[in-house]
Each structure stands twice: as structure tokens, then as C-alpha cells.
Design a protein around this ligand. Structure first.
Ligand code: ZN
Length: 415
């Protein structure tokens, strides 16, 4: 793959330009920066002579056509959008690596018995409309009217934004029927963790993407004067919430220590009411983010947390409910064997691991053979401006996916 390093470097530098100047490297979905980055991607598609398309869900993709008359296809790609103050590699590494693969096919006039489609899946990151993976949810029939009619803080409807980005939201609501022709979906992504770095391994082949759920915990105490209410007469909702936060953390540690699969629980958001220095807090809302592979561990966590909540219920009214859930998904086993074989042939070291984060491939894997590989990122840092991945690592991952596509092409049993 001659000139690949320079090409990837140039792509990364270009994409870096389309971020908020005052808040690097922000490129929120639907923003001005996002639209500019997509224009750049379209230009790259054009340079590579790809057919440029949009689907109903507002995904942008470029098609490397097979010379054969076929509907069969392979999907590669990732996402261009970032979180606020996000990095330069999350999602982007997968896009530029896919560009490098198609550039290789074009320059070497590689004939494939199927099309290869390079996707920028629309809006993978959690957004103001309270949903992530807009594009892949749309493709797989998960964007219903209720979600499409959500508004953001500016009063903009999600469906209008999808339409503005090339989509046709009125056609969404069911799974795209082309999935019957999809042979494989591959995504390269930065690990966003330290396992590869610690293991000194080139790539991670993903076994599964955990179930991800969010839960709201509302604790109601009693507001009163902070100067006159004696310590024994208080029903301080924030003190109760603090105990619960510590309980959640310790319980999650205990469960994750005995579970050899991925298990993490986080309280990352707290709202306190009335939130004033002179008033005892009467109301606290905690949001718990729970990511789990094992169902047993998930049940154990929820049962023990419910028990703890009950024990506090004598003094405080506490409500606990789930607000979002995406199920555990496994990557395709045959594709994973193929990725391993390709890594071996390319002399690239690998381990198998579970993902801690959600990804577009989780949705794709429910309707199609799909898998993903991780490449290391420095100190595991992600969703921050410091996010960094070596180009040599992107190239290694690129080689593995490129070879897997070639292997699929060379063996009739795959398509
Ligand atoms: Zn990502």
C-alpha cells in the first residue's frame, strides 16, 4: 500500500480543519463543520471515481462498483461526527482507513465480485435529540415517528435535520431491504481504552458490544433552611444520593472483579434541586450508565441496587427507572475468523476483546454479518482533544480489513 501513510495523514489534516476553531476538535452532527467535512468527503469520493449516494437515513456513501452485474455488497466506514471537544480519530480513523482501502482498489484496478460501499454513518455520537447512531438506527428500522419528531434546544425536528443531510425521513421506520445482499460490514475504530496498549498488541478483534442502558434515580427529601434545621432533623436528598453513588461504584467494582467480561457502571450526571447554598437539597436526579456483557451480572447489579434503594425508602421517596436500552450484540463469528486469518497473513498481532463503547456496528450486526476491529489509542484517551492514534496503527488495521475483503472475494463460499 504505497503512499498510504501520506494519504491518511493528508485526510486527517483536512478533516481537522472542519472543527470549531474555539473548541477543538468539535464537529457535531448537522453543524456547519459537519456539512463542510461531508463536502470534503464527497470530493474524495469523486477523486476516486466512486458513485456518490445518500440513503433515506441521511447516510452518505461512495460506491466502488463491481464489474459484474451483482447486488452483493460489503459495507465499510464509520462516522465523521464528534462529541463536544472530541478528538481527531474517533470515527474518523475508520473513514480514512476505508478511503485508503478504496484508493488501493481503484489504483490497482482490483476487480471484486461485489460492490464495496464506504459509509459516513450519520450522527453516531449521542446528540441533543437523545439518540446516538442516527444513520444505522435508520437503516435497521429503529427510527420511529416518536424519535423523528423529537426537537432539540433550538426547536429543530430531528427528521428535518436528517432530510437536510440528504435523507428522506418519511420513508424510515423499517429495515432497509438491501441487507439480504450484504456479505459483510467492517468497521475500524480506535479502542478508546488501554487493553491493546497494555498488551502491546496491534489490533483487537471485537467479540461483542455490551448492552448499554441508562437509568434515572430520583431521590426526594425535604427542603428547609440550612441555618435553622438541626442536623438530626434533616432529610437531605443529596446526602442520600451521595451514599447511592458510592454504593453503585463499589457494587460495580465487586461485580466486574468476578466477571471476566466487560462490566462498568457510572453516575455521570447529577441534578440537584433547589441547588442553593442555604437550602437543604430536596430533590436529586442521578443518571446511571450501565454497560454489561453478562446478563447474570446485570441482573445481580440491578437486584442489589433495588435492595439498597428499598432500605433508604423509609426516609426518602426514591424512584428508579430505565430510560434507554440497547441490547448486547455479538459480532459475526465467521467474519472474526476471517479477520484473524487476515491479521496472521499480514503479520499483525491481535487479541480478542469486548467493546466497552457502543458503535454503529452494533446496529448493523442485528441485520447482517458484521464485525469490527480496534486499533490502539494513546493512554486510552478518547472523546477529548488529546485523543491520538499513530498512523502506522491505522495502516495495520487497514491492511487487515483490506485483506479480509480480498479473501471474501477470492472464495466463492463467502458470497
Ligand atoms: Zn466512534
Amino acid at each position: 500500500m504505497k503512499h498510504t501513510k501520506k494519504y491518511i495523514q493528508t485526510c486527517l489534516k483536512e478533516l481537522e480543519k472542519y472543527t470549531q476553531k474555539t473548541n477543538p476538535f468539535t464537529r457535531l452532527v448537522f453543524s456547519e463543520e459537519f456539512i463542510k467535512a461531508r463536502s470534503w468527503l464527497k470530493k474524495e469520493f469523486k477523486n476516486l471515481n466512486l458513485n456518490i449516494k445518500y440513503d433515506y437515513a441521511g447516510n452518505l456513501f461512495g460506491v466502488y462498483k463491481s464489474k459484474l452485474k451483482t447486488n452483493k455488497k460489503i459495507l465499510i466506514g464509520s462516522h465523521l461526527d464528534t462529541v463536544k471537544s472530541g478528538g481527531r480519530y474517533d470515527g474518523i480513523a475508520g473513514i480514512v482507513s476505508s478511503l485508503a482501502i478504496l484508493k488501493y482498489f481503484v489504483e490497482n484496478k482490483i476487480n471484486l465480485p461485489f460492490d464495496v460501499e464506504l459509509y459516513d454513518y450519520l450522527g453516531e455520537e449521542l446528540n441533543e435529540w437523545g439518540t446516538s447512531c442516527i444513520g444505522t438506527r435508520g437503516m435497521t428500522g429503529l427510527l420511529d415517528k416518536k424519535i423523528l419528531n423529537r426537537v432539540n434546544s433550538d426547536g429543530k425536528l430531528l427528521k428535518d435535520e436528517i432530510d437536510r443531510c440528504g435523507g428522506n425521513s418519511s420513508k424510515l421506520g423499517k429495515k432497509f431491504n438491501f441487507f439480504k445482499d450484504v456479505i459483510a460490514c467492517f468497521e475500524l475504530h480506535i479502542e478508546q481504552g488501554v487493553r491493546l496498549e497494555q498488551n502491546k498488541t496491534d489490533i483487537g478483534i471485537v467479540n461483542s458490544i455490551p448492552s448499554i442502558s441508562r437509568h434515572k434515580l430520583n431521590i426526594f427529601g425535604k427542603a428547609s433552611h440550612s441555618g435553622t434545621t438541626l442536623m438530626n432533623n434533616r432529610r437531605d436528598a443529596l446526602v442520600a444520593a451521595s451514599k447511592l453513588i458510592i454504593f453503585i461504584n463499589e457494587l460495580a467494582k465487586k461485580i466486574s472483579n468476578k466477571d471476566n467480561r466487560h462490566f462498568v457502571a457510572t453516575v455521570g450526571k447529577i441534578d440537584v434541586g433547589p441547588n442553593a447554598a442555604t437550602i437543604i437539597p430536596s430533590e436529586v436526579e442521578l443518571t446511571i450508565d450501565l454497560r454489561v456483557v453478562s446478563k447474570t451480572s446485570r441482573n445481580e447489579f440491578l437486584t442489589k441496587l433495588n435492595k439498597e434503594i428499598k432500605s433508604l425508602n423509609t426516609k426518602f421517596k426514591i424512584e428508579f427507572h430505565e430510560i434507554a436500552f440497547s441490547p448486547y450484540t455479538e459480532m459475526d463469528k465467521k467474519l472474526n475468523s476471517l479477520l484473524k486469518l487476515s491479521a496472521k497473513k499480514e503479520n499483525i498481532s491481535f487479541i480478542s476483546l469486548d467493546s466497552g463503547a457502543g458503535h454503529d456496528t452494533a446496529h448493523l450486526s442485528r441485520v447482517s454479518p458484521a464485525s469490527m476491529i480496534f486499533i490502539p489509542c494513546k493512554n486510552g484517551l478518547s472523546h477529548c482533544p488529546e485523543e491520538y492514534t499513530k498512523i502506522s496503527d491505522i495502516i495495520k488495521g487497514t491492511k487487515v480489513i483490506k485483506r479480509s475483503i480480498m479473501e471474501l472475494a477470492s472464495n466463492k463460499k463467502y458470497y
